[in-house]
Design a protein around this ligand. Sequence first.
Ligand code: SAM
Length: 210
Amino acid sequence: MVDYLLSFGWITSESVKRAFLEVDRKYFIPKNFQSDAYSDNAYPIGSGQTISAPSVIAHMLEKLYLNGGMNVLEIGTGSGYNTALISSIVGKKGKVVTVERIKELSSLAENNIKNSGLDAGNIELAVGDGTEGYFESSPYDRVIVTGGIPYIKKEMPLVKQMKEDGILVAPVGERFYQNINVFFKKDGRIVKTLPVLFVPIIGKYGFSEK
Ligand code: SAM
């Protein structure tokens, strides 16, 4: 799985690669999908929710530019897989707070993390509406939203609870169609960046030369 993510460019940094090697996805995949634990697919985890595809998770983690010691807020714990990966990257001096709306999934994630054997001392699990953020452990260096959200605005608690120069990554858009967006907090405002920048295709059905 890691070779696949590297070869397709989903993993580009050493820190994200190390986390994917440390955290075994099989502990976060339901029993009936175990044979597909390392496939690049999303799977149902109960309560109508899914564990995201590894490529999507890797892409979002790369855009977060995580470092050891950072304080991270995750919205949408789900299976706890992404939480475990963040925990592995930020290390003992860092912290990840993860908020899940569905109590059963938060408990599932807690069990999954425990079974995976990861040292979970830097993980705090909370149940509630993550769009309200989690004030108690703020301010955050990074915020990651793991489900589709209609917009990100500077008035939102998620942004207010983020440090200046912090980065927020979220799939933003319609209920069933989103793009992964990256936001920076600058002077209390939120600046959206394009996650990727391509050179133009020049041609009859592409861009004109000038
Ligand atoms: N990151 C997870 C993983 O690795 O398994 C997958 C997350 S899943 C795609 C999105 C999660 O967001 C679901 O578990 C869902 O219950 C949760 N969710 C939806 N609305 C929420 C809210 N307002 N606050 C917190 N969690 C929410």
